[in-house]
Design a protein around this ligand. Structure first.
Ligand code: ATP
Length: 386
């Protein structure tokens, strides 16, 4: 449909970036990014109308997002030429063509396009040797100032290298070291850094990323506290296993992985040190307080769990204690304690008890004629315990 519409509007249209990379690598990817040689916003509005979606436009960047009725997003950009006023700044924008659009991207493997217009449907646009690099399994930047322009690309290079088991190209690695030598990491804003770290923590290979970051002396450039000690590595290995186990349960809510990784990276650190790390990532005071509170709560839960185990208490008691802890806390707890019995208790809680719904609600008590009051909570709690 996008191709037909572009034909009608006499514009060239391409699918670009990760979507094309993942087609060539036979990996599923549902994030469609389109680039229009023409007016991207007008195109997005027309395509949004056609598909019954809503469109949000960002005039400054000449981009738009179409939100389809099923919640899926399509990003639409205008092929454009970018200037950077100074390294790591946000780009200012001017109209131009697909080649320039691809040239401003991070790596060759992400600088691919497939044309969607009917007469050219499926034409692969590869100006920078992306197919060769995919075949040779290397991550390569497009030009030597790439990391100075945008140091988040250093983290992206590592993320893609680990995700696909690619090598970072020799020259590209030298450019990373060069950018680090210029102090680019220190210049990177906390929120952009945090954003990239969160993406790393969503990967199954997050620990491998952290190890590569340490080997490139990137971790210590971010914050001296990030040493990745052998004990932390061991804990992170367990976290990866626990998160994978949890993922495979296909429960409704995905945990915020970053919280669990942060708990590991700040494991054993004092509150002030943790605070300083959190400030480097520009966490809000609320996020920092929540994080410190979670850590405190976790220690209490561990203590209560041990008491419960010792006293051979009822399962309901464990359940109420763990209800105090967000899921990230329970998963971290599981990662920290490898004993089979502990894992069994916690996994039983997560899989069978945590989200167990009651057959009755306050409404039933109302219908039974019970006067409203604190008794409601007590009764429902007892039903849950039973
Ligand atoms: P993922 O599979 O992790 O979503 P992706 O490649 O789709 O990978 P996005 O972050 O959605 O990643 O970016 C979409 C495209 O935008 C990339 O393929 C790349 O071409 C370009 N891009 C993203 N971030 C940068 C950056 N920092 N510098 C240059 N190009 C970028």
């Amino acid at each position: 449909e996008a191709g037909e519409l572009a034909d009608e509007l006499e514009q060239s249209i391409y699918a670009v970036g990760g979507f094309v990379r993942d087609i060539l690598m036979d990996t599923p990817n549902l994030d469609l990014d389109l680039v229009v040689e023409g007016d991207g916003i007008a195109f997005a509005q027309a395509l949004g109308d056609k598909l019954g979606g809503r469109v949000r436009a960002h005039r400054k960047f000449q981009t738009a997002v179409i939100v389809l009725p099923d919640g899926q997003h399509i990003d639409v950009a205008t092929a454009r030429l970018e200037y950077y006023e100074y390294p790591a700044a946000l780009p200012t924008v001017e109209l131009s063509s697909i080649k320039m659009d691809l040239y401003r991207r991070d790596f060759t493997i992400n600088a691919l396009a497939v044309q969607l217009n009917k007469s050219q449907f499926g034409r692969l646009v590869d100006f920078f040797g992306a197919q060769r690099d995919i075949k040779n399994r290397v991550i390569r930047v497009l030009h030597s100032l790439s990391f100075v322009e945008d140091p988040t690309r250093i983290l992206r290079a590592i993320r893609f290298a680990q995700r696909y088991s690619f090598q970072i190209g020799g020259q590209t690695e030298r450019l990373i070291k060069n950018a680090l030598g210029l102090g680019m990491m220190e210049k990177l804003s906390g929120s952009r850094l945090f954003n990239e770290m969160c993406l790393i923590f969503e990967e199954k290979t997050a620990l491998a990323c952290l190890r590569q970051m340490r080997d490139l002396r990137l971790l210590s450039a971010i914050h001296p506290m990030l040493t990745l000690s052998p004990a932390q590595e061991e804990l992170l290995e367990e976290i990866e296993k626990v998160l994978e186990w949890y993922r495979l349960l296909y429960l409704n809510h995905a945990p915020r992985s970053w919280i669990i990784y942060f708990m590991a990276l700040a494991n054993g650190a004092k509150d002030e040190e943790t605070q300083s790390l959190a400030e480097r990532f520009n966490l809000t005071p609320k996020q920092i307080n929540d994080f410190l509170a979670l850590r405190k709560q976790l220690n209490q839960s561990i203590y209560h769990y041990k008491m419960w185990k010792h006293r051979k208490g009822p399962l309901s008691q464990l359940c109420f204690q763990l209800d105090e802890l967000p899921v990230e806390g329970v998963l971290f707890f599981m990662s920290k304690f490898k004993q089979e019995a502990t894992r069994r208790d916690l996994s039983q809680y997560l899989t069978r008890l945590k989200d167990a719904e009651l057959d009755i609600s306050g409404r039933d008590l109302q219908l039974a004629g019970l006067p409203e009051g604190p008794a409601y909570g007590e009764i429902l709690k007892k039903v849950r315990a039973a």
